[in-house]
Design a protein. Structure first.
Length: 88
């Protein structure tokens, strides 16, 4: 069974499309795997503005960036005594 030139061209085009789609969505895939807190933003930017190239790179940087831990300190009476107000 011989393949025609059209069959070969179709297979090459299909493979190029699939590989291109995978490369295009790398920031989305990385954000999902790393469970990025900005996953929704990255996905939306990647889908709608990723074609520009600049936004795609920004999405990739955001997806690869390590999330910053925010330390919450609870103020207790021993740490920060509040002045007591007496009512007369």
């Amino acid at each position: 069974m011989a393949f025609s030139d059209n069959d070969i061209a179709f297979v090459i085009a299909a493979c190029a499309f699939i590989i291109g789609a995978l490369v295009y969505f790398v920031p989305t895939i990385v954000a999902a795997k790393k469970k990025s807190p900005k996953k929704t933003l990255i996905i939306l930017l990647n889908i709608f503005l990723g074609w520009s190239g600049v936004v795609w790179v920004i999405c990739l940087v955001l997806a690869c960036k390590k999330p910053v831990a925010i330390e919450k300190t609870e103020k207790t009476a021993e740490q920060n005594p509040s002045p007591e107000v007496e009512t007369v």
